[in-house]
Design a protein around this ligand. Structure first.
Ligand SMILES: NC(=O)c1ccc[n+]([C@@H]2O[C@H](COP(=O)([O-])OP(=O)(O)OC[C@H]3O[C@@H](n4cnc5c(N)ncnc54)[C@H](O)[C@@H]3O)[C@@H](O)[C@H]2O)c1
Ligand SMILES: C[N+](C)(C)CCCC=O
Length: 442
C-alpha cells in the first residue's frame, strides 16, 4: 500500500480506501497497489472550480500560445460574404469545463483522447478514470504539468458511480465525454440532458467482421485475430461476430484455430507475450460464463475458453484464460448478441452478401465493422451498407489519432480523434458585420 497523500492543484488525487489491484502475477495478484478515497461533493466542486479558474485564462490564449504547450490543430471559422459588402464570420470558441469519464480497458488512451482535444480547443477538463485503473490519468496530469499546462486546467478526481454522478450534475460543467458501457452511458446522457450539457458517448459494441471467399485468406485470418484477441479481447470495437462465407469455412477455421492456440499468454511486461491477464476475477468469471452459456446453446468450442496458469510460477493466481474460438454459432445465441469483452471469437457461416449485411446490421450496437475481400467494388458497397461508425477494409483495429473514431446506434455518438473532434469540444459563434446603413423596418 502506498501511503495516504492528497494532492490538490494541478489535479485532485486522493489515496486512501479503494483498492486498485494488478491482475497478472503472483507478486501482485490481489495485492493492493494503492488505495483511493472516492471524491465526494466537496472535492468534485473544488476540482471543477479550480478547472474553471484555469479555463478563464487558458481560453484567452491564442492557438499559437496554446500550441507551445500542447500540439494544437488548426482551429478556424468561416468568412461569409453578404449583400452590400457586409459579411459574417464564425469563430470556434471553447465550451468551458468539460468532464471526461473513462472505462478501464484503455485508461491512458481514453484520458488522452478526451483531454488533448479539449485542452487544444481552449477548455479545461476534470477527468475521472475507472476505479479499476486509477493511476495512469494522474501520470498524464504530471506530463501535462511538465509540458506547461497551467495548474488546475486538467484535474483528476477519483471514484466510481457516485463521483461520476456528481460530475455530470455539476452546474458549472459544460460537457461530458463518456467512455463505458451502454447502461451507464444512458444514465450519463439523462443527467447531462437535465443540465442541457453537450455529451459524447463512446459505448460498447458487438461488431461484425465479414470474410468473403475471394479474400486473401492468410490476411483474413490475421485480421480475425486482431479483431478478437487484441488486449485480451477487452476492446470496445472488436469484431467478435466473424461471418465467414461457407465455401472457405473449413480452411478458415483450421488456420484461425492453429494461430489462436499459438498465442503466447503470460507476463505482459515480456516482449514475446501477446496476451495478458483479464482485468479482474469477476470479469474473468463473467467471460468464462459466456463460454459455458454458448456451449449450452449449442456452440462448439474449437479451442480455449478455460482458465489457464502460465508456466512462469510468478504468474500463479493471475486472471488468465486461453483465447477461445466458438464454432456452430447462430445469430440468436447469447455469445453472438452480447458484448463479452474477453478473448472469445464467435464464428458464423453465410452464403450471400445481401444476407450477411442484413445479419450484421441486426443489432442495437454500431461501433465498428470489417470486411475482407479482393473485390474493390464489394468492399466499398459493404462499407456503405454496414451500420457502424467505422468499417475496416482488409484489416482490423487500425485507429491512428488522425482518424475519427465513434459509434452509430447504441454504441454512442460524437467522435474522438481526427480534425472533426474540434466540433465536439468547441461551440460556434456567428459574428454579423454591417458595412452600410441600417435598413430599419421601424
Ligand atoms: N466506444 C469506445 O470508445 C469504448 C472504449 C472503451 C470501452 N468501452 C466500453 O466500456 C465498457 C467497459 O468499461 P466499464 O466496465 O468501465 O464501463 P462502465 O460503464 O461500468 O464504467 C465506465 C465509467 O463510468 C463510471 N460510472 C459508473 N456509473 C456511473 C454513473 N452513474 N454516472 C457517471 N459515471 C459512472 C465508472 O466509474 C467508470 O469510470 C464496455 O462496454 C466497452 O465496450 C467503449
Ligand atoms: C485502439 N483501439 C484498438 C481502436 C481501441 C480503442 C478503444 C476501445 O476500447
Amino acid at each position: 500500500m502506498i501511503g495516504c497523500t492528497t494532492w490538490l492543484h494541478p489535479y485532485v488525487f486522493y489515496l486512501g480506501a479503494q483498492p486498485a489491484c494488478k491482475p497478472a502475477n503472483l507478486v501482485c495478484v490481489g495485492r493492493i497497489l494503492c488505495q483511493m478515497v472516492p471524491c465526494g461533493a466537496e472535492e468534485v466542486d473544488e476540482a471543477i472550480k479550480s478547472a474553471h479558474a484555469a479555463y478563464l485564462q487558458w481560453r484567452k490564449m491564442a492557438g499559437m500560445e496554446r500550441a507551445r504547450v500542447i500540439c494544437v490543430l488548426f482551429i478556424k471559422g468561416q468568412h461569409i460574404q453578404l449583400p452590400g459588402g457586409s459579411f459574417a464570420y464564425t469563430r470556434r470558441e471553447p465550451l468551458g469545463v468539460c468532464v471526461g469519464i473513462g472505462a478501464w480497458n484503455y485508461p491512458f488512451q481514453i484520458a488522452s483522447w478526451k483531454s488533448a482535444p479539449a485542452l487544444a480547443c481552449g477548455n479545461a477538463m476534470v477527468f475521472k478514470p475507472s476505479p479499476m485503473t486509477p493511476v495512469t490519468a494522474v501520470i498524464l496530469a504530471e506530463i501535462y504539468k511538465e509540458a506547461g499546462v497551467p495548474d488546475g486546467l486538467f484535474c483528476v478526481v477519483q471514484g466510481g458511480a457516485d463521483t461520476g454522478t456528481l460530475l455530470c450534475q455539476h452546474p458549472k460543467v459544460a460537457k461530458v465525454s463518456f467512455t463505458g458501457s451502454v447502461p451507464t452511458g444512458k444514465k450519463v446522457m439523462e443527467m447531462s440532458a437535465k443540465g442541457v450539457k453537450q455529451v459524447t458517448l463512446e459505448l460498447g459494441g458487438k461488431s461484425p467482421l465479414l470474410i468473403f471467399k475471394d479474400c486473401e485468406l492468410e490476411n483474413a485470418v490475421k485480421g480475425a485475430l486482431m479483431a478478437n484477441f487484441l488486449t485480451q479481447g477487452e476492446v470496445c470495437c472488436n469484431g467478435t461476430r466473424v461471418y465467414v462465407q461457407r465455401e472457405i469455412m473449413p480452411q478458415f477455421l483450421e488456420k484461425v484455430v492453429k494461430r489462436t492456440k499459438a498465442i503466447p499468454v503470460g507476463d505482459p511486461l515480456l516482449d514475446g507475450t501477446r496476451m495478458g491477464a483479464l482485468i479482474s476475477k469477476p470479469h474473468l468469471e463473467k467471460v468464462l460464463g459466456f463460454v459455458s452459456q454458448a456451449k449450452k446453446e449449442g456452440a462448439k468450442v474449437l479451442c480455449g475458453g478455460e482458465p489457464i496458469v502460465p508456466s512462469d510460477p510468478n504468474l500463479k493466481g493471475g486472471y488468465f484464460m486461453a483465447p477461445c474460438v466458438l464454432d456452430n454459432c447462430r445469430d440468436d445465441m447469447t455469445c453472438v448478441k452480447e458484448e463479452i469483452f474477453g478473448p472469445v471469437m464467435s464464428v458464423l457461416p453465410f452464403d450471400t452478401e445481401e444476407e450477411v449485411i442484413g445479419r450484421a446490421n441486426n443489432t442495437t450496437f454500431g461501433l465498428a465493422s470489417g470486411v475482407f475481400t479482393r473485390d474493390i467494388s464489394r468492399a466499398h458497397r459493404v462499407a456503405e451498407n454496414l451500420e457502424a461508425g467505422t468499417c475496416f477494409i482488409n484489416n482490423y483495429n487500425i485507429s491512428p489519432v488522425e482518424v475519427p473514431f465513434g459509434g452509430y446506434k447504441m454504441s454512442g455518438f460524437g467522435r474522438e480523434n481526427g480534425q472533426v473532434t474540434i466540433e465536439y469540444y468547441s461551440q460556434l459563434k456567428t459574428v454579423v458585420v454591417e458595412m452600410g446603413d441600417v435598413d430599419s423596418l421601424f
